[in-house]
Design a protein around this ligand. Structure first.
Ligand code: NI
Length: 138
């Protein structure tokens, strides 16, 4: 684990009061961990803008009775097979399926894959949950 460094931060009182209230509601025990998380989130955002490799999950909801839709979703995933680490299929009810696709690779390609899935006619919901491979985040 990396060495811990203490440093002082100057901040407007009103802003700190708001921040303390906000992080208390989020369940943080102290400012330090909340502050560290803010920094990590910003670094992950930077990875998504500039980085070469990120990790993410794409969540999809669709009706499996639409035959063409299932084929199309499979074809799209095969077109991006180098990104896909694993996928999980859950039968939500008689009609609806939930698919969680874990991906790792180029942020641009992951975004493109997500857009293609989202734009597929009949997909009820598709969302990208951005994450990090963790390699450059302490
Ligand atoms: Ni299903």
């Amino acid at each position: 684990m990396s060495e811990l460094i203490r440093f002082g931060v100057s901040i407007e009182k009103d802003l700190l009061v708001k921040f303390d209230k906000h992080i208390k509601q989020k369940g943080y025990q102290n400012r330090s961990e909340a502050f560290r998380d803010l920094i990590r989130e910003d670094l992950v955002r930077k990875e998504w803008l500039e980085g070469k490799e990120v990790a993410a999950a794409i969540t999809i909801v669709y009706d499996h009775h639409k035959r063409e839709l299932v084929n199309r979703l499979t074809n799209i995933q095969h077109d991006f097979h180098e990104l896909i680490v694993s996928s999980q299929h859950i039968h939500l009810d008689h009609n609806n399926c939930l698919e969680i696709v874990a991906v790792k690779g180029s942020p641009k390609r992951i975004q493109l894959l997500t857009n293609k899935i989202k734009a597929t006619k009949g997909v009820k919901y598709a969302a990208l949950t951005v994450a990090t491979t963790g390699k450059d985040i302490v």
